[in-house]
Each structure stands twice: as structure tokens, then as C-alpha cells.
Design a protein around this ligand. Sequence first.
Ligand SMILES: *Cc1c(COP(=O)(O)O)cnc(C)c1O
Length: 373
Amino acid sequence: MYADNAQLQPDSWLVTAGRTSEPGSPLNVPLVPASNFIIGGKREYSRDDGTPTWEALEQLVGGLESGRSLAFASGMAAIAAVFDQLHAGASVVLPDDCYQGVAGLVTAGADRGRWSVQRLALNDTAGWIDACRCSDLVWLESPSNPLLGVADLEAICAAPRKPGAIVAVDNTFATPLNQRPLDFGATVSLQSATKFIGGHSDLLAGVATTKDEAFWHALRKSRELTGATPGTLESFLAVRGARTMALRLERAQRSAMVLAERLAVHPAVELARYPGLPSHPTHATARRVLKGFGTIISFDVHGGAARADAVCRRTGLIHHATSLGAVESTIERRAAIPGQEHLPPSLLRLSVGIEDVEDLWRDLDNALNAATT
Ligand SMILES: *Cc1c(COP(=O)(O)O)cnc(C)c1O
């Protein structure tokens, strides 16, 4: 009953996925708040069997990533379901720069003796290829949060693995429109749908996608047993948001390139990090593995934490707020977050939204100039 994505480009798929063509049924995905269903059909209880609304989100993301998806309560819930697959004493390898929630989950598990952890730099391709041979879970995040390192996923995902090893990629920053880890050979690709898929800062959701049927069933069992199920309204909103995702990403990404180039030569800026800048340490890899360079820029201002905080206070159109991937631009000093003190103290992470690029630049330039005088 669902549209077939095989013939469609991703931007068309985003608009049509999850809809039914049944005469008389609603054009949009129905919001079905249900814990239980009349016995005898394909669903009895939603925590075990899903709902039509969760399934529409799963269909949409699965088509984008070329796999089978499962929706979760949040990005972290989807990520935790992957870690839930590990046996006691497993070995995990993690990037030295990654989302702080994942680092926290891994550290907490290691402290309880659940697994051992090795950290690697994202650009250490040879190190990652070696790690595939001896680790049970190879966890990648590329581009990484917040330093925007880019891994050579093509090489790493194709490397020989320890039998049963999982290669997982947190694909949140790239989105399935810029990078498709399953095509490179990853076991599972993760999305915080809270970010670009939802795109409006009004929901929490996560999606895990895999081509491996047995792994999909194992993840679904985890979701059932831990109760990490997505909200129905959240799934509806995520689908609603995803309809415009290709347009939002295209616009914000174009603006991000312009802003990154200007930030790189701004006198108040010490260093601008953006995978699209030729000066970026992994720019060559980014050109090869990513379709687009994304909408996040991390830049360090001269004058340390105090000046960076002043910049955040002085922007107007750009909101001083955490999170990313939404229609509105947000800025935040990452080292101000507990547990993130290892980051450069004046690093500001800017998530570029869909506002007019010249309005964004005026706001940023004013804030940078005011904060430096
Ligand atoms: C936000 C984020 C997550 C966590 O997602 P939630 O939906 O907040 O649980 C994981 N990875 C990355 C890269 C993120 O940006």
C-alpha cells in the first residue's frame, strides 16, 4: 500500500513515504494513539508490534538509508539498543570526538565492567581498519560532534571484521541525504530524528536502520523489553517535518558554506571548522564520502570563554540554545556543558537554519564585533 522508493530520488521519497493510496483514506499519515488493537491482526500491543504512525516514520527513514528501520523514543534510545546487543566483556572502539551522550553511556558501561573501550581519532583510518579485526562494536560518528571530523567510512566499513562484530555509524550530522553508511557496509546507521528529520525543535525521536534482518529483530526485541518506544505524536511530527527535509538541508547547507568562508577570515575568529572548507583537516575525505558538508560550523573566537559567552549573549536572530538541525539557527559554547571541558574553551557550535543568509551574517558579525570591543 505504500509508495515504492526504488524509482524515486530521496527528495521525492521524503514527500511521499508512509502515505497510503487506499481510496477514501486520509492523504496524510494518520496519528493513531493506541496501546492495543483487536486481536487477530498484525498488531496486538504497540510496545511489541508498533503502530501505523511509528511505521510511517520507519518506512520513511528506511527508504532513505536503504534498509529496515526502527523508531525509538530518542536518538539515545536507538543508540542504547545497539549497545544492548553486546555480550559481557565486549570490546568497543569509539571516536575521540563524539556526541557527549554516547561518550557518557560508554563510560558508564565501562565503569560497571560491561565492556572495554578504546578511543581513536576519526582520521586514523588504518587504526579503525585494525580495530575492525579485533573489536565487537566499532562505533563511528561522522561528521563528529562538535569538532566535525570526517571518517573514511567507505574504507572502514569495508574492512575485514571480527566474526559477529557490529559496525555502527551515528549519521545524525550528515543525515541520510548526505551519507548512506549502509551502502558502505555498516551494520547499522543511527539518526537522532530530534535533529534534521524532525527539523523544528519540537520532538525527541531516534531511528536505527539496518539491512541485517536478524539484527533488526534483535533491536526490536530490545525496544520491546526496555520500552524505549517512540511517541505517537512525535512520530507524526517527525514525518511531517521530514516532508521538507531536502529543501531545508539544501538551503541551510548553502548558507553554512557562505558563513564558514566568512568566519574563517573574520578578525575575531581564531579557527573555523567546517568540512567544506579546503583548510579543514579532513576536507579531502569529506569530498569523497559526503554528498554535502552539512549545516554545522564550529569556530573558536579570540579571547577565550568570556568572549565566546559574550558572542552568544549578543546574537538575536541566532538563538542561544543547544541542539541543531532545525529551521532556526542556534549557537552555543560547547565547553560550558558539564563533561565537555576538554573542548577548546572558546569553541562555538553554530547550527545554521533556513533564515536569509545575509540576515544571519549581519547578526553573527555584529555579535562578534560587539564582543571583541
Ligand atoms: C542529539 C544527538 C544524539 C542524541 O539524540 P537525542 O534524540 O537527543 O537522544 C546522538 N548523536 C548525535 C550526533 C546527536 O547530535
